[in-house]
Each structure stands twice: as structure tokens, then as C-alpha cells.
Design a protein around this ligand. Structure first.
Ligand SMILES: Cc1cc2nc3c(=O)[nH]c(=O)nc-3n(C[C@H](O)[C@H](O)[C@H](O)COP(=O)(O)OP(=O)(O)OC[C@H]3O[C@@H](n4cnc5c(N)ncnc54)[C@H](O)[C@@H]3O)c2cc1C
Length: 385
């Protein structure tokens, strides 16, 4: 088994694989370790929205815009069909009060450079929508991918560039050594042995706090469950990615719990295979990845309110994933003070798919050049202190 690497990435989700790809592209001798299969965590239990309109105006949206640019050529770059489609997206508005709040949001987003407009009759673009919806925002820049394929595309690209990927291998400990009074990463301990390295990247999603604890650090990341329904494959019914205004409130105000503690916000997309993915909830229930009767019923009632024409459609399965939630809804990215060589890239909540390419690129730049091309200062752990 491999016993040393320049950089060890922990976690085989979309974030870990993106980082491994960009590191390998820079020629860094990279090893990714995943304790189950690739995409076995949240990246294999989510939607495929690259939804710019749900990002906070300012540095959050700017980062997402950069990520979107990388997505545009990613399939060609990786020689892998990730089912990327620039389909556009809408935030649906049902009340005058929501309209007022959304006008303000759109204003901030435009100032940050997002192409977005307000539509008074969204039914013209998406006939499936109920007549009671009084308006919607629309951005042509919102896009869609297949998250499994993004993970596998990055993994294959990383391997082609020389990275090694080991699955079904758990990281159990991280050893450090003291050099001139400073703590430094020394090796990663797995059930199959020790791997010497100077750089560890913690991309373990909702398990990132467990990995950080191995070097004595605390991360404020907790799981936030999302339940999703999947329909049978259907002919083309919707073009755009759809969310309602409540989804945006839940996303932009991370403290907001929604009604019933379920954190119910509407999402709908049609995949390349024709299935509709209908979501979702935002619940704090620990590491419980089960779907519930209560959750499925609430999602069903919600979708029939917004798109009553879906009444006859068959649901073929449901699933739940755990969003890596941080108190301000933004990821924690960069070096952690106190242990040299220990980097974190986790806590992407509901944005990990959208932000994966830019996260991988910037973390690779941090490792190779010591400084990323876009500052990660706003995403440091220090902001919580
Ligand atoms: C219902 C739902 C819908 C979503 N929809 C979207 C969307 O439309 N767009 C979007 O951008 N985002 C979406 N998200 C969010 C997105 O899925 C996550 O932000 C993203 O998948 C997180 O990726 P990750 O690589 O950080 O974590 P993960 O995919 O969870 O990967 C972490 C990996 O680390 C591994 N690991 C943990 N501990 C160890 C260890 N000790 N040793 C080795 N490996 C370990 C785990 O097995 C896991 O595979 C959604 C999330 C949910 C739940």
C-alpha cells in the first residue's frame, strides 16, 4: 500500500474529488481516502442545482459565479458527460410580501453581477405552474448537473493526472509532530497503515468535525437533513430549476427553522433521464438519513400546491441526505491556525455541488502557491469566534 503522499485528501465526495483533481493538475502527488464508496455521503443524496440565485449578494455569489464559469467547460476538460445543462432557474413568488423581499434580493444580486430579472407571468415559461403564483425571478445562468457524474468525472480526471484514490479505507487518526515549537501534520493513520504527508485536506462533509478533532480542533459543522422525492421518468415537463421563496428564506437565514420544524422549501428539477426530483426539507435530526412519512407527505402537499398538474405522476422512491450546515450557511475553507499543513474544505450546506469546482481550484492554489487567486479570508474558521 502507498505509504507517503505530498497531499492527503480525506473524503470522496464532490469536494474531495474536486480538490484531488485540481491538485493532480498542478502535479502534486495526491492521495484521496474515502471510507466507503465515492459519492456515498451527501454528494450521492442531493439535487444537481448550480443555483446562483440562492447565494448571498457579495462574496458568496461572486464565488458561485466563478464556479459556474468553471462548470461551463468542465465536461470537455474531464472528457466526462456530467449532464451539465444551462437551463435557467426561477424563484417562485406567491404573495405581495414575498415580492417585496425578492425585489430587494434581486437588486443586490444584480449589483454583484448576476443576470436576473423579474417575470410577472412565469406560467408562460413553465406552464406546469399554478395560476396563483404571481411572479418569479429568472436567471439564464442557473444550471444543472448530475452530482454522481461530477464526483466520478473529477475522480477519473484526478486519476488520469496521477492521483491515487483509495476507497473502503477509513482515516482513524492524524499524527502531528512539533517543529520549533509549532505543531505540524506528520501522517495519516488508516486501518491499513500509516501514510506520511505534510498536507492533509479535510473534505469529510458532515464528518469534518471528527477529522478536525484528530488534531485537537473544533469545527462548527452539523448535519441538516434534506428529504427528496423521485418520480418515474416523464416527458419534458419543466425546463428551469424551480424553488419557492420559502426555500430562499431557509437558505439565506440559516437560523430560520420554517413551519413544523421541517424546514420545508420547494425545489423541482427534471433530470437528464426525465425523473423529477422534488424537495425538500431542512431538519436538524443528527446523522439520521432516513426519510419520514411526515416529510414525504409535506413535500407532496407542497408540490401539488405549486404544480397541481403533477397529481397523477408516480413517485418511485425517496431519499435523504445530510447537508453540512454551518451557523452562517457558508463553507469553512482554508488553513486552520494551530496545526501547520491542516486544511479544511467543508460545511458547504446546500451549495456543495455548485461550489465544488471553485473550491477544488482555490484549495489546490493554496497548497501549491500558498495563496489562492480569490481570497478565502471570508470563509475562515475565525469568523465564528
Ligand atoms: C437533499 C439535498 C439536496 C441538495 N441539493 C444541492 C444542490 O442542488 N446543489 C448544491 O450545490 N448542493 C446541494 N446539496 C448540498 C451538497 O450535496 C453538499 O454540500 C455536498 O454534497 C457536500 O459534499 P462533500 O464532499 O463536502 O461531502 P460528502 O459528499 O458527504 O463527502 C464526504 C465524504 O467523506 C467521507 N468520510 C467521512 N469520514 C471519513 C473518514 N474518517 N475517512 C475517510 N473518509 C471519510 C464520507 O464517507 C463521505 O463520502 C444538497 C444536499 C442535500 C442533502
Amino acid at each position: 500500500m502507498v505509504n507517503k503522499a505530498d497531499a492527503v485528501v480525506i473524503g470522496g465526495g464532490v469536494i474531495g474529488n474536486s480538490i484531488a483533481y485540481y491538485l493532480a493538475k498542478y502535479g502534486v502527488d495526491t492521495l484521496l481516502i474515502e471510507r466507503k464508496d465515492l459519492a456515498a455521503g451527501t454528494s450521492g443524496a442531493c439535487d444537481g442545482f448550480i443555483f446562483l440565485q440562492s447565494k448571498k449578494p457579495g462574496f458568496d455569489l461572486r464565488l458561485a459565479l466563478e464556479s459556474t464559469r468553471l462548470y461551463e467547460n468542465l465536461a470537455d476538460e474531464l472528457s466526462y458527460d456530467i449532464e451539465y445543462r444551462k437551463c435557467g432557474g426561477m424563484i417562485l413568488i406567491e404573495t405581495e410580501e414575498q415580492l417585496k423581499a425578492i425585489i430587494e434580493l434581486v437588486d443586490g444580486q444584480r449589483k454583484t453581477g448576476l443576470d436576473v430579472k423579474l417575470m410577472r407571468i412565469p406560467q408562460e415559461l413553465e406552464p406546469i405552474l399554478s395560476g396563483h403564483i404571481i411572479g418569479a425571478t429568472h436567471s439564464p445562468l442557473d444550471a444543472q448537473v448530475n452530482p454522481f457524474k461530477v464526483v466520478l468525472g473529477f475522480a477519473q480526471g484526478a486519476k488520469r493526472k496521477g492521483a491515487q484514490i483509495l476507497t473502503h479505507m477509513e482515516v482513524q487518526a492524524i499524527r502531528t509532530r512539533t517543529v520549533r515549537g509549532e505543531l505540524k501534520v506528520d501522517s495519516v493513520i488508516t486501518e491499513r497503515g500509516e501514510i506520511k504527508t505534510n498536507t492533509v485536506i479535510n473534505a469529510a462533509g458532515v464528518h469534518a468535525p471528527v477529522i478536525a478533532k484528530m488534531v485537537g480542533l473544533d469545527l462548527p459543522i452539523i448535519p441538516r437533513r434534506g428529504q427528496v422525492l423521485v418520480t418515474e421518468p416523464l416527458p419534458d415537463l419543466v425546463t428551469s430549476l424551480l424553488v419557492d421563496a420559502e426555500y430562499i428564506t431557509l437558505k439565506l437565514a440559516p437560523d430560520h427553522r420554517g413551519t413544523d420544524g421541517l424546514g420545508l422549501g420547494f425545489t423541482l428539477e427534471q433530470t437528464a433521464s426525465g425523473n423529477l426530483l422534488i424537495g425538500s426539507t431542512r431538519e436538524f435530526v443528527g446523522y439520521d438519513r432516513r426519510t419520514t412519512y411526515h416529510g414525504i407527505k409535506a413535500i407532496t402537499q407542497n408540490v401539488l400546491r405549486i404544480a397541481p398538474a403533477l397529481k397523477e405522476v408516480n413517485i418511485i422512491r425517496s431519499f435523504a441526505g445530510l447537508r453540512p450546515y454551518t451557523p452562517d450557511g457558508l463553507p469553512i475553507l482554508g488553513k486552520l491556525r494551530g496545526v501547520e499543513g491542516f486544511i479544511v474544505a467543508a460545511g458547504h450546506e446546500g451549495d456543495g455541488i455548485a461550489l465544488a469546482p471553485i473550491t477544488g481550484k482555490l484549495i489546490a492554489e493554496l497548497v501549491v502557491k500558498g495563496k489562492p487567486s480569490i481570497s478565502l479570508d471570508e470563509f475562515g474558521l475565525e469568523r465564528f469566534k
